[in-house]
Design a protein around this ligand. Structure first.
Ligand SMILES: Nc1ncnc2c1ncn2[C@@H]1O[C@H](COP(=O)(O)OP(=O)(O)OP(=O)(O)O)[C@@H](O)[C@H]1O
Length: 241
């Protein structure tokens, strides 16, 4: 039996009601094996972000179960959920959630501090360097570009070495070289530390760094490619099967 870091069972998430009802996820069942790297792809509005939000415990499905390390997190209270997110899950989302009054460095170490861990300054420095923020450690979010803010969020998520890392378009706003470095960091998290990474991306080259690519359409997983290449992903996105 596969050891799943996260397992979704028939997860449905609907927004609005009546005439405005939108089913963002329709009975989605998918497992993310421990120590695996999955890319989530699909057209705009197909449910990729909703999948990540439900899997990360940031949103509650209307029905179905989300198991993190075997535990159904849809049944947890807010407090337990917050502890689980803090201790086991890292997220890099489009809404960065950086604290405006804190510097890049302070934002990166904040979750570790809150979890009463003592972050290693050498590792913080190394992570900030690798995401291309050397020399900007003392800048506040307002003094950084959108892409730079997202890199702070990436360094912050990686510092705690969470069991599972969810990233929504982590390379979307980055230049090529920094994008490659971020993908290298994610790969390292999986290969070197056995972490589980789930990444939404529109970029076939980024998705090709994953072990598997899932394709969503209209709230459903419609295809899975194992050991994807950019060519096979491109062909799949182009409509060919
Ligand atoms: N808070 C919300 N309220 C109402 N509808 C929502 C909400 N969030 C998402 N939706 C709808 O649910 C569907 C899936 O949205 P989702 O953001 O998961 O798609 P996505 O694949 O991540 O899209 P994109 O690539 O554009 O980010 C869309 O039709 C969207 O309009």
């Amino acid at each position: 039996m596969t050891d799943h870091a996260v397992l979704l069972e028939e997860v449905t998430r609907t927004y609005g009601n009546g005439a405005t009802e939108v089913a963002a996820l329709r009975q989605v069942s998918v497992g993310f094996a421990r120590g695996s790297f999955t890319a989530v792809m699909g057209p705009s509005g197909s449910g990729k972000s909703s999948l990540l939000q439900c899997a990360a415990g940031l949103d509650r499905p209307d029905s179905g179960a989300v198991r993190v390390a075997g535990q159904d997190i849809t049944r947890l209270g807010e407090k337990q959920l917050a502890v689980l997110r803090r201790d086991r899950v890292g997220v890099v989302f489009q809404a960065f959630n950086l604290v405006p009054s804190l510097t890049a460095w302070q934002n990166v170490v904040l979750p570790s501090r809150l979890a009463r861990r003592r972050p290693d300054p050498a590792r913080v420095r190394e992570l900030l360097r690798r995401v291309g923020l050397e020399g900007r450690e003392g800048h506040r979010p307002a003094q950084l570009s959108g892409g730079q803010q997202q890199r702070v969020a990436i360094a912050r998520a990686l510092l705690g070495r969470p069991e599972v890392l969810f990233a929504d378009e982590p390379t979307g706003a980055l230049d090529r070289a920094t994008g490659h470095e971020v993908l290298r960091l994610l790969r390292e998290a999986v290969d070197g530390f056995g972490q589980t990474v789930v990444m939404v991306t529109h970029d076939p080259e980024a998705a090709a760094r994953a072990d598997r690519a899932l394709f969503l359409t209209d709230g459903r997983i419609v295809d899975v490619l194992e050991r994807p290449t950019a060519e096979r992903i491109g062909a799949r996105l182009g409509g060919g099967r």
